[in-house]
Each structure stands twice: as structure tokens, then as C-alpha cells.
Write a protein of this length. Structure first.
Length: 318
């Protein structure tokens, strides 16, 4: 039996990324400045970034038996992710996300494809629990029909001493399935962005939302874009700014890269403050890189960013 730092369960798909100075307008046509095809999907990006940082990862999910699925699986392999747990199904189509990115933000349009077809038979619970020391689930709201199964996996993981994390993503239907909170009760780390955290909790801002979420999960980390990140855990609150010296070219996947950097530090036993720094560094390198040649940062690159910031004596936390 192979042993992995992290087992990933979620979406396998490519991103078609268009970048420019403005978002599309209904009924009009605009030009973009650049275009590329890259590994996408919240869980896949996190897995690729995590393995590029030196962590060992194995992926479980479904991919369509098509060129998009083949592309995504090959991209995961190139990052070092074991994809033996991904099933490809004849006659199905892989998820695809089109990302429109500007210097300030991005908007996403996703065809869910096989992501919504993942079922209990695709998730070998005993194998996962015996082969990984951490479990990460992404794109919960594209797979919310599995909420009960995910809660059972996380509950069993807790009993076995295996840590867990979750990135629910945005709910396209904006129903915000309340069964999420049942899953959070067995979750060590929850990684929503600010909009998601506010929508889920109905709180007015990121900080009270994080505190509210920390009443359910062990650690709530709210990613706030240019405002950095805010963490709440068992009465402790931490804030970490972004590394703004690295200007963003494209923000697609920044939050998932943050997750990977945070998890890399967390599984290395670092304090939560440094987990946030590693997350911010991984995100900064993600948004400032040329995705076609270097989609993810290496661990030495992330360490260099963290060290540089520390040497500048920047006020990092409160």
C-alpha cells in the first residue's frame, strides 16, 4: 500500500483562461489580451500545487473519456500526483471551466460534467484512510449530493488521527446547502473565500464569518483577495496580508494555491501563522507566473518569498 501526505477528492478538469482589461458584456464582443489552457478545478489545482511543493498526493474522482479529461490527468501526473484513483467513463464529458480574468478579479463559467457524477463507488474509504495522513475535498457545492458520505469519511478520519480540509467553493444555485455545517463538524480546516464565507454564514464581513465558522470546524481560514486572509481557531484570530510586491496577471486558482501552501506548512507541523504565510506566498507566485510554462511554484520559491518578507520586518499578524 502506498502512503501519501494527502488524498484529494473532487473535480478533474482543465481551465480555459482568457485575460484582459474588462469582463464580457451581454450582447457585445470584446477582445482579450491572452489565452491559455491549463489544469483547472479547485481540487485539481490544489493537488497540483501541493505536489509541486514536494507533498505526495493521490487523487480520487471521475474524468470524462475525452481530450479534456486526458489533458487534466496528464497535467496532474506532470505535477507528481498519483491519479490511479480517478475513473474515466466512456460516453461522458469532463468538467470544463472558462475563466475571464482582469487585473482586479476573475469570473468563472463551469460545465460540471463528470464532477456531479461522482458517487460512493468512486471513493474507496478504507483505501483512503489507510494510505493518507490528510484528506482534502474541493468543490463541495458541485458534489453536495455526497455530503453524507463526505461527513462519514471525515468522521472516520478524525477517529483514525487523519486531518481533513475542505474548500466548498461557490454554490452556482446559491442555495448554500445547510448540510455543509454537518460536514464542518468533522473538518479540521475550512478554506472559503470572503464571498463564500459571508454567503454561508449570513454574517456581514469576513472576520465575524470566520469566527462563526470556527464554532463548527477546528480552523476557519477566510481568503480575502487583496486584503489577505483571516483565520479563526479556538478563540485565536490571525490576519495575514498578501505579498503585494508580486503583481497579479491572472487570479484564477489563487485560492486553491493558497490552500496548497497552507497545507504544506500545516502537515510539516508549522504554527498556523506560518501556514498562512506559506499560503499567501504560494498564491502570490501563482498569480504572477506564466501559467503556460510554470503553473505552480516550488517549495524553495515559496520559502524565499516568506523569508524575504520576514527580513523586511513587515507587520504580518495581529
Amino acid at each position: 500500500m502506498k502512503h501519501f501526505d494527502c488524498a484529494f477528492i473532487g473535480d478533474v478538469n482543465p481551465d480555459i483562461v482568457l485575460t484582459g482589461d474588462a469582463m464580457p458584456v451581454p450582447g457585445r464582443e470584446i477582445f482579450c489580451g491572452d489565452f491559455y489552457l491549463t489544469l483547472g478545478g479547485s481540487t485539481s489545482i490544489c493537488a497540483g500545487a501541493f505536489s509541486s511543493l514536494g507533498g505526495s498526493g493521490v487523487f480520487f474522482g471521475r474524468a470524462g473519456c475525452d481530450r479534456m479529461g486526458q489533458f487534466a490527468l496528464e497535467a496532474l501526473r506532470e505535477c507528481g500526483v498519483d491519479v490511479s484513483g480517478v475513473k474515466t467513463l466512456a460516453g461522458t464529458h469532463s468538467p470544463v471551466t472558462v475563466s475571464f480574468g482582469t487585473p482586479d478579479d476573475r469570473a468563472l463559467v463551469t460545465y460540471p460534467g463528470t464532477c456531479g457524477l461522482v458517487d460512493e463507488s468512486d471513493i474507496p474509504v478504507d483505501e483512503i484512510l489507510s494510505s493518507a495522513r490528510h484528506i482534502h475535498i474541493g468543490s463541495f457545492f458541485l458534489q453536495h449530493h455526497l455530503a453524507g458520505i463526505f461527513a462519514g469519511i471525515f468522521e472516520a478520519a478524525g477517529r483514525a488521527g487523519i486531518t481533513t480540509s475542505l474548500d466548498a467553493g461557490w454554490d452556482p444555485e446559491e442555495k448554500w446547502d445547510p448540510t455543509l455545517f454537518e460536514l464542518l463538524r468533522f473538518t479540521d480546516i475550512f478554506f472559503p473565500n470572503e464571498s463564500e464565507a459571508i454567503a454561508v454564514t449570513k454574517e456581514p464581513a469576513a472576520e465575524p464569518a470566520a469566527r462563526r465558522l470556527a464554532e463548527f470546524c477546528r480552523i476557519a481560514v477566510v481568503k480575502r483577495g487583496s486584503k489577505g486572509s483571516f483565520l479563526s481557531s479556538e478563540g485565536t484570530n490571525l490576519e495575514c496580508p498578501i505579498y503585494d510586491a508580486r503583481k497579479g496577471k491572472d487570479f484564477t486558482g489563487a485560492g486553491d494555491s493558497y490552500n496548497a501552501g497552507f497545507l504544506c506548512a500545516f502537515l510539516s507541523g508549522m504554527p498556523l501563522a506560518y501556514c498562512m504565510k506559506y499560503g499567501s506566498a504560494a498564491a502570490a507566485l501563482r498569480i504572477s507566473a506564466d501559467r503556460r510554462t510554470r503553473p505552480f511554484a516550488s517549495l524553495p520559491e515559496v520559502k524565499a518569498v516568506v523569508t524575504e518578507d520576514t527580513e523586511r520586518g513587515c507587520p504580518n499578524f495581529r
